[in-house]
Write a protein that binds this ligand. Structure first.
Ligand code: NDP
Ligand code: 2IT
Length: 443
């Protein structure tokens, strides 16, 4: 049995009941075959793949807090520090009832390669909790965040591990977490990113993942002779990534006709109204059913459905495995040109393969959504030098980084004879830098 297959088998055996982690490892290792086969003896001797799939450490802890009725609640907290070969662990905190160890591990594993692709000095990690911020009062969210940080602070620091936002963790949660870290340690340092502008945050971090997704997509399309202006785009999600992806797509002259949340989806034939979306989701923390009040010409549908809408470009920006084989078939039947992932692993393996087999340009999230973490690294730089850059400075750096990521992975794919396969390109380009650093640093 080849080295890749051996390691894949071991990962499944040693980590049962972690299907998302198996899926992420499978996607990466399968596409690394050309490099691994070219260096098989050396990598086996160094146990490179075994070291890559085993996190440096995984912390699991109890998070007790008191709700507004005086009732004690208990959640489970996680931080997985995956790999710090090229920099301090870096990655978000997900707050969602579905969170478990396997999900945090898949996200941490992806983050290692993504962070490497940014070309900035950040290692990979991820954390979170099965806490559900939906329907909680601000006081309850604060109580949770303070309790979560009361344990987490032991493991993080500006030069060791720097968490940030992800699903369910936005500016409000980062503020409460930062306050508690400072209270306990007495340190005013860049231990978290995505901070508010009044206490060390970076301009353009809020917009960075969505904007970066569009900078990447525009470059990918342009290099294939396609102009994004005038194209019809469907987006899933209505959170941080989706909102700013929609905004930037519109600024580029595309028309975005959908968005969705965990209950249903909106079709707006005139183009999504981003101001309305921001008011509904960020200010009111309400449901998309309200969108019709702002745009009477739009339609609201319960359940899932954005991938059935005819489009040129599809941008999944909600969560993992939200675009499956049937969705991919519907997109292809409707003539989709490109699918670029804003979320982490939103496309199933079968759907990815189907899209690629049908000549759809496919951008994997670890490349196309790397603008968020890249701008987090820019926030770390600003914190270190105790300076704040302007929006335009940060945005220009972000654009440069996304264009550079595209060309790095495009070149890596070409180098190994997989021209146009951006999944292979991203995994190889991300892998090469991390492995080089691991080998140089010894066991
Ligand atoms: P948010 O919490 O801001 O938004 C998530 C959106 O997805 C919400 O609209 C949510 O609906 C919807 N959703 C639908 N189904 C689910 C589900 N099963 N679980 C969770 N959410 C669901 O998160 P982000 O926009 O920050 O993150 C979206 C994706 O992008 C995630 O995969 C995340 O890992 C990834 N990502 C985020 C980055 C960042 O900087 N924030 C950077 C790179 C990747 P509802 O409103 O009903 O909750
Ligand atoms: O998945 C991701 O890259 C993020 N949630 C952002 C992580 C970060 O550290 O900014």
């Amino acid at each position: 049995m080849g080295y890749v297959d051996e390691v894949l088998e071991k990962v499944i055996l040693k980590n049962p009941a972690e299907p998302e982690f198996h899926q992420a490892v499978k996607e990466v290792l399968e596409s690394l075959r050309p490099v691994v086969e070219a260096n098989e003896e050396k990598y086996r001797k160094e146990a490179i793949l075994e070291r890559l799939v085993e996190p440096d450490r995984q912390v699991i802890f109890r998070v007790p807090w008191v709700d507004d009725n005086g009732q004690m609640q208990v959640n489970r907290g996680f931080r997985v520090q995956f790999n710090n070969a090229i920099g301090p662990y870096k990655g978000g905190l997900r707050l969602h009832p579905s969170v478990n160890l396997g999900i945090i591990k898949f996200l941490g594993f992806e983050q290692v390669f993504k962070n490497s692709l940014t070309s900035l000095p950040i290692g990979g990690g991820k954390g979170g909790s099965d806490f559900d911020p939906k329907g909680k009062s601000d006081r309850e969210v604060m109580a949770f965040c303070q309790s979560f940080m009361t344990e987490l602070y032991k493991y993080i620091g500006k030069d060791t591990d720097v968490p940030a936002g992800d699903i369910g963790t936005g500016a409000r949660e980062i503020g409460y977490l930062f306050g508690q870290y400072k209270r306990i340690t007495g340190l005013y340092e860049g231990v978290l990113t995505g901070k508010g502008l009044s206490y060390g945050g970076s301009l353009a971090r809020t917009e960075a993942t969505g904007y970066g997704l569009l900078y990447f997509t525009k470059e990918m399309l342009a290099c294939n002779g396609i102009d994004i202006a005038g194209k019809t785009v469907v987006v899933s999600g209505a959170g941080n990534v989706a909102t700013y992806a929609i905004q930037k797509a519109q600024q580029m002259g595309a028309k975005v006709v959908t968005c969705s949340d965990s209950n249903g989806w909106v079709y707006d034939p005139d183009g999504i109204d981003v101001d309305a979306l921001i008011e509904i989701k960020q200010v009111k923390r309400a449901r998309l059913t309200e969108y019709k009040n702002y745009r009477p010409n739009s339609e609201y549908h319960e359940g899932k459905g954005v991938w059935t809408v005819k489009c040129d470009i599809a941008l999944p920006c909600a969560t993992q495995n939200e675009l499956n084989l049937d969705d991919a078939k519907a997109l292809v039947a409707n003539g989709v040109i490109a699918v670029a992932e804003g979320a982490n692993m939103p496309t199933t393996l079968e759907a990815t393969q189907y899209l690629q087999a049908n000549k759809v340009l496919f951008a994997p999230g670890k490349a196309s959504n790397a603008g968020g973490v890249a701008t987090s690294a820019l926030e770390m730089s600003q914190n270190s030098e105790r300076l704040s850059w302007t929006f335009d400075e940060v945005d220009a750096k972000l654009q440069g980084i996304m264009v550079n990521i595209f060309h790095n992975l495009d070149n890596a794919a070409k180098k190994y004879g997989y021209e146009g396969n951006y999944v292979v390109g991203a995994n190889i380009a991300g892998f090469e830098k991390v492995v080089d650093a691991m080998l140089a640093q010894g066991v």
